[in-house]
Design a protein around this ligand. Structure first.
Ligand SMILES: [Mg+2]
Length: 189
């Protein structure tokens, strides 16, 4: 299989480090209980360009401080041993260096990394069999084309579903879904 894997709030906890630095920038004290929007900056009342200024200032620290979700690293590396693994992130490409350094800090292996907003097109172009992501805006595109999407559960995506969309809440569940497909498709996990 060729597996596409998102970083923020799929492989790692991006919410905590975003809240930490957005709280510093705003003087507010939001917690993860307040998060109900994929676009976290909207909780602070910022528009996109105000958010971009904060993100440019703190983005390096936000990404460097993020921690992997439980079991994510071990299961990622198991996947790397048996499948083709592409990290597909919508982070701006100028955060490539901190992103790659972070991946190497946690000894996470992958075959390639792509920085793009248009993950659906990227998955078609590079023959990705399944994308693992938390973004609610991908659900409709993938479901419409019957393309498999493993949706990592977050408070802002709980109302989204589709035929080819499989919800998971942790990395053991990711592994279970992929094992069941491998059996179905006749290849080893
Ligand atoms: Mg994400």
């Amino acid at each position: 299989m060729h597996i596409g894997i998102d970083l923020d709030n799929t492989l790692l906890d991006a919410t905590s480090s975003h809240l930490k630095y957005y709280n510093i920038a705003s003087g507010l004290m939001l917690t993860s209980d307040d998060v109900n929007d994929f676009y976290l900056y909207r909780l602070y009342g910022w528009n996109k360009s105000e958010a971009d200024i904060v993100y440019d200032k703190y983005g390096y620290q936000i990404h460097w401080d993020s921690e992997p979700f439980p079991m994510a690293v071990d299961i990622m590396n198991e996947l790397y041993g048996q499948h083709r693994v592409s990290i597909i992130t919508s982070r701006p490409v100028h955060f490539r260096e901190v992103t790659e350094e972070w991946l190497s800090r946690y000894e996470i292996y992958y075959h390639r990394i792509v920085f793009t907003d248009d993950k659906f097109r990227e998955c078609l172009r590079s023959n990705v069999d399944v994308l693992i992501d938390d973004g609610p805006h991908y659900v409709e595109e993938f479901a419409h084309d019957d393309k498999p999407l493993i949706l990592f559960e977050q408070p802002y995506n709980s109302f989204f579903s589709g035929n080819s969309v499989y919800r998971v809440s942790n990395w053991l569940e990711v592994k279970s879904v992929l094992i069941s497909w491998s059996i179905h498709w006749g290849s080893g996990f």
